[in-house]
Design a protein around this ligand. Structure first.
Ligand SMILES: [Zn+2]
Length: 474
C-alpha cells in the first residue's frame, strides 16, 4: 500500500522558514505516526467490545471511550439514552462562552451490525492483524472513524491548540438500527450538550485503486427511507375450489409490476455535480455517458447505460423501490383473505412519497390492492451547503492530501445520523477519510470486514489536517 505517497507533512502547512512566536500550529500536531499507533490499539480494543446491534450494549464501549478521554484531561460525559445504551460527549473549548453556531462536531457511532461467524476467516471480534490489515466487525463501519475522532480531539488537546471554535466529540449508539435509542432521542434529550453549526460524520468515501486515490466523495445529502405495505384482499376459502380473486395471486402480480417499475430520473444539485466530477476520472466510454446524462437526444440511453453498469448510480438519479418482505396464509389448504408485501422505498431528497404511491397505484390498477404508507418514515433533511467554509476546507485538504484527486459531493442511498443533524440546521458532511478499494468497501456489513493499517494512518492524518485547518486559529 502506498497511500502515504502524496501527503505533504502537516508541519509544512503554511509554516514560514522562521515561525513568528505567535505561531499556534504546534509541532506535536504534525507527528501523527505515534498517535496513529495509539489509535490502532483503541480501534482493536473497540472491536473487541462486542456492540452488535441489537442489542447494542454500547454502554461498555462508552465507558472505554470515556476512560481514554479522561486520561488525556478531556472531561467526557456519558449520556444514557436507554438501559445499557449510552453516548459519549466531550468538548474542547475555544472560549469561556460557547457559540454553538460555530462549533464543529465530530460524530461516529459505536454500534455495529451482526457478524455471521462461520463465514469469517477470523474471529469478527478478535481484532486480528493479518497482512497489514486490521480485521473485525467495525474495522470499517464505524469504529475506525470513532478511533480517528478520538485521535483528533486528543491531538488538539495535547498540542494545546488555540481554537477559533469549539470542537465537540460525539460517540453515538443505535445508529445501525435507528431505533428508540438512536440520535433522534439523543438530540431530543441532550441537544444543548452537542449543538453545533458544523459536523463531520461517516457517509462519504475515499475510493482507491492500485494504491492511488481515484476520487473522494463527501456526503452532503442522503436519500429518505419510507416503507410502504402492499395489502391484497380477497375472499378466504377452501383451497380445493380456487377462485380468480385469490389475494396471494393479486399480491404476486402487484409485486411483479412494482419490481419492474423504474421511477423517472431527476438530478439533484449534488447528483449532477457528482456525475460531472466522476466523469473526469472515469474511462472514456463511461465518461462519455456521464456527460450525456441530461442531453435531449442521448440522455435516456445514458441513464440506462449507467444504471445497468452500476446500480448505485441508478439509485442516485431516481426514487427506488425494493420489495423486501412477503407474508400471507395460515395453512397449505386455505386461501387466505389477505396477503402482504413490504416495499422499502428510498426517495430522492425533495421527492414526496404521496406522488410515488400515486404512480404505483396507477401502475398496479387493481381494486383488490391497497398501498399503505408505514409510520416512522425518514424525514427529508435539507442538503448541506456546497458553499460553506467547512465544505471548502474539506475539499481543499482532501484534494491536497490525496494527490490532487477530485473531490465530489455525494448523495448517499443509505441513511446516516447526519440527516437528524441537518434537520437541526447543522451543516453536516460525511467523509470516512480512509482510502479503500471497492472490494474492501463491499466487506462493510459483510464478511471479513477489514481496514489496512496504512489506510487507517492516512485517514487520521487527513482528518486531523481538516479539523486543524477549520478550527485552529492561524
Ligand atoms: Zn455506519
Amino acid at each position: 500500500m502506498i497511500f502515504f505517497a502524496a501527503i505533504p507533512p502537516l508541519a509544512s502547512q503554511g509554516t514560514p522558514p522562521n515561525p513568528p512566536p505567535a505561531q499556534t500550529n504546534p509541532a506535536p500536531l504534525a507527528d501523527t505516526a505515534a498517535l496513529s499507533r495509539e489509535a490502532l490499539v483503541w480501534l482493536a480494543q473497540l472491536i473487541q467490545i462486542n456492540t452488535t446491534n441489537p442489542p447494542g450494549n454500547e454502554a461498555a464501549a462508552a465507558k472505554y471511550v470515556a476512560g481514554i478521554l479522561e486520561k488525556e484531561g478531556i472531561t467526557p460525559e456519558i449520556l444514557e439514552v436507554a438501559p445499557g445504551r449510552s453516548a459519549v460527549v466531550a468538548r474542547l473549548r475555544s472560549s469561556a462562552i460557547s457559540d454553538p453556531s460555530r462549533a464543529l462536531l465530530l460524530v461516529a457511532h459505536m454500534d455495529v451490525v451482526g457478524a455471521e461467524r462461520s463465514r469469517w476467516s477470523v474471529d469478527p471480534f478478535g481484532a486480528v492483524m493479518k497482512d497489514g490489515y486490521m480485521y473485525g466487525r467495525g474495522a470499517l463501519d464505524d469504529k475506525s472513524m470513532l478511533a480517528a475522532n478520538l485521535a483528533t480531539i486528543i491531538a488538539l488537546k495535547r498540542a494545546s491548540a488555540r481554537l477559533n471554535r469549539d470542537v465537540i466529540f460525539l460517540a453515538t449508539d443505535d445508529e445501525e438500527a435507528g431505533g428508540e435509542a438512536s440520535i433522534k432521542t439523543l438530540i431530543a434529550k441532550n441537544w444543548d450538550k452537542f449543538a453545533a453549526g458544523y459536523a463531520l460524520n461517516e457517509g462519504g468515501e475515499v475510493i482507491a485503486k492500485n494504491g492511488k486515490v481515484q476520487y473522494v466523495a463527501v456526503q452532503a445529502s442522503e436519500k429518505v427511507a419510507v416503507n410502504v405495505a402492499v395489502i391484497a384482499k380477497g375472499p378466504a376459502g377452501h383451497a380445493s375450489i380456487p377462485s380468480k380473486d385469490n389475494a396471494v395471486v393479486h399480491l404476486a402480480a402487484a409485486v411483479a409490476k412494482i419490481g419492474a417499475y423504474q421511477a423517472p430520473v431527476r438530478f439533484t444539485t449534488v447528483g449532477r455535480r457528482y456525475f460531472e466530477g466522476l466523469a473526469t476520472v472515469s474511462d472514456d466510454e463511461i465518461a462519455k455517458w456521464m456527460r450525456s446524462l441530461e442531453t435531449a437526444d442521448r440522455g435516456e440511453h445514458a441513464q440506462r447505460v449507467l444504471s445497468e453498469t452500476n446500480p448505485e448510480w441508478g439509485s442516485m438519479m431516481r426514487d427506488t423501490i425494493a420489495p423486501t418482505m412477503l407474508s400471507g396464509g395460515v395453512r397449505p389448504n386455505v386461501i387466505p383473505g389477505e396477503a402482504r408485501a413490504m416495499l422499502n422505498i428510498r426517495l430522492l431528497p425533495g421527492d414526496t412519497i404521496d406522488v410515488l404511491v400515486g404512480a404505483l397505484n396507477k401502475l398496479v390498477n387493481d381494486p383488490q390492492i391497497r398501498l399503505e404508507i408505514q409510520p416512522n418514515a425518514g424525514l427529508a433533511a435539507p442538503t448541506s451547503s456546497l458553499e460553506s467554509d467547512f465544505y471548502g476546507v474539506i475539499t481543499k485538504v482532501a484534494s491536497q492530501d490525496f494527490g490532487g484527486a477530485p473531490v465530489l459531493p455525494y448523495q448517499s442511498p443509505w441513511a446516516t445520523d447526519s440527516s437528524q443533524l441537518r434537520l437541526h440546521n447543522v451543516q453536516a458532511y460525511g467523509l470516512w477519510p480512509f482510502p479503500v478499494t471497492d472490494e474492501d468497501l463491499k466487506r462493510m456489513h459483510g464478511d471479513d470486514e477489514r481496514l489496512s493499517v496504512a489506510s487507517f494512518n492516512k485517514g487520521i492524518a487527513v482528518l486531523l489536517h481538516i479539523v486543524s485547518d477549520f478550527a485552529i486559529t492561524k
